[in-house]
Write a protein that binds this ligand. Structure first.
Ligand SMILES: NC(=O)c1ccc[n+]([C@@H]2O[C@H](COP(=O)([O-])OP(=O)(O)OC[C@H]3O[C@@H](n4cnc5c(N)ncnc54)[C@H](O)[C@@H]3O)[C@@H](O)[C@H]2O)c1
Length: 390
């Protein structure tokens, strides 16, 4: 495993703008005082908004003010359900309408970059579903723009917030596994059928599914130094709810190998062609999906990393092993935007950070480059690590 990046090393790697982001306190710019709630508007009122909106509506740090969707009935329905006076059919109208602090972007993957940029330019903080942008470079530009404007941007997923992630990260930092050599993660199902964007250029199983595993493994083992990968399209056409039969353009099957430095290697596999009796919702999944092996122990996360409910750990001191971290402690995958609103309200830096989301985006891009070129791709980006101390 690569050694811990000290704050100073990290600052020198991310450059002046990145350093400014880290040094800028959360309670600056448009951030309200602790007594005030964060005014939140949601753009994109499709499938995932059905998970976000109930969570946001229950947060003591959130005042939901508006919804927006280019499908105006969806925006209206969501606004009515949560008794909001404002709903808009376009981001321009949302930005010109009722004032708010934080935009929660739940639109098509390909739209995130453009909408996130427009929101930052209009002085809004942003929580974006994955990916934050269509390329690592554009994502970096968005983060730099946020810093210049004394704003903040964050990107899903929120997997590092689970108590199971924290347990695993601490076990590694405390040396319970000895020298970590290898890790594996997988996530797949038969693919969403409601919207075509998952299969169009800029979509794919890596930014939709693999992104969780990549965030977990880099969160546990540290930033990737280099990546190699194979990707493919298993199902060339799909029937989708909004566009009927479409040609699949983005990979729907991926195998990624990651070098974390100091000998630790990991592997992520994801795809939209996995028969999985637990379905898209993952209900009833009780098997490990993440496993790490070291010279003195091994450890598996039980359930998906976005909905874990235990960690099985065996070591030289306890060869049979036990299950730990069996409580969710309130963690749910859809909590990201609520956690960010809380952070903005109370001025506390969250564990989720934009540099980590951008690093994962660079890995996804590198995996695609590796597939195209047949070569190993060296990564530039880093993030402050470890995310959880011993
Ligand atoms: N569905 C899930 O369970 C789930 C889970 C986790 C993350 N996500 C992520 O959430 C995002 C949305 O996924 P979804 O499944 O909700 O898709 P969806 O198609 O159900 O919803 C997307 C919504 O965004 C709207 N939209 C698109 N472009 C817009 C624009 N320019 N302005 C305003 N509205 C616009 C669409 O009209 C649609 O209502 C994706 O990034 C996806 O990867 C989805």
């Amino acid at each position: 495993m690569n050694p811990t990046l000290t704050r100073q090393e990290f600052l020198s790697q991310v450059g002046a703008l990145g350093a400014a982001a880290l040094l800028a306190p959360l309670t600056t710019a448009a951030v309200p005082t602790a007594e005030r709630k964060i005014k939140v508007s949601v753009i994109g009122c499709g499938s995932v908004s059905g998970m976000y909106l109930p969570h946001l509506s229950k947060s003591p740090f959130v005042e939901l003010v508006a919804t927006c969707d280019i499908n105006p009935e969806r925006a209206q329905r969501a606004a009515e359900k949560y008794h909001l006076a404002n709903h808009y059919p376009h981001l321009d109208a949302l930005l010109a309408g009722v004032p708010f602090d934080l935009l929660v972007n739940l639109t098509n993957m390909q739209e995130h970059e453009r909408l996130n940029r427009q929101a930052l330019l209009a002085g809004k903080h942003v929580w974006s579903e994955k990916p934050m942008a269509n390329s690592y470079r554009a994502g970096r530009e968005l983060l730099d723009l946020a810093i210049q404007k004394n704003l903040r941007i964050w990107g899903a997923p929120a997997v590092v917030n689970s108590p199971q992630f924290a347990f695993m990260a601490r076990a590694i930092q405390e040396g319970k596994l000895g020298k970590v050599a290898a890790a594996h993660a997988h996530y797949g199902h038969t693919g969403p059928d409601w919207s075509a964007f998952f299969y169009e250029k800029g979509g794919g199983s890596l930014p939709d599914l693999g992104v969780y595993n990549l965030a977990t493994l880099t969160g546990l083992l540290g930033p990737a130094r280099a990546v190699t990968a194979l990707t493919s399209i298993v199902t060339p056409t799909r029937k989708t709810g909004n566009k009927g039969e479409i040609r699949v353009e983005a990979e729907d099957n991926a195998m990624v190998l990651i070098d974390h430095g100091n000998g630790a290697l990991s592997h992520v596999q994801c795809g939209f062609n996995y028969f999985d009796p637990y379905g898209h919702e993952g209900k009833g999944q009780e098997r490990p999906t993440i496993t790490l092996w070291g010279s003195q122990g091994n450890m598996s996360l039980v359930g998906y990393d976005w909905a874990p409910f235990g960690v099985d750990l065996a070591t030289t001191a306890d060869e049979k092993g036990k299950r730990y971290a069996v409580e969710t402690e309130g963690y749910v995958w859809e909590q990201g935007a609520s956690v960010i609103a809380e952070s903005l309200a109370i001025g506390k830096e969250p564990r989720i950070n934009a540099e980590h989301a951008l690093h994962v985006l660079e890995i996804i891009e590198a995996a695609r480059k590796a597939q195209k070129s047949g070569r190993r791709v060296v990564l530039k980006s880093r993030f402050m690590w470890p995310l959880v101390g011993a």
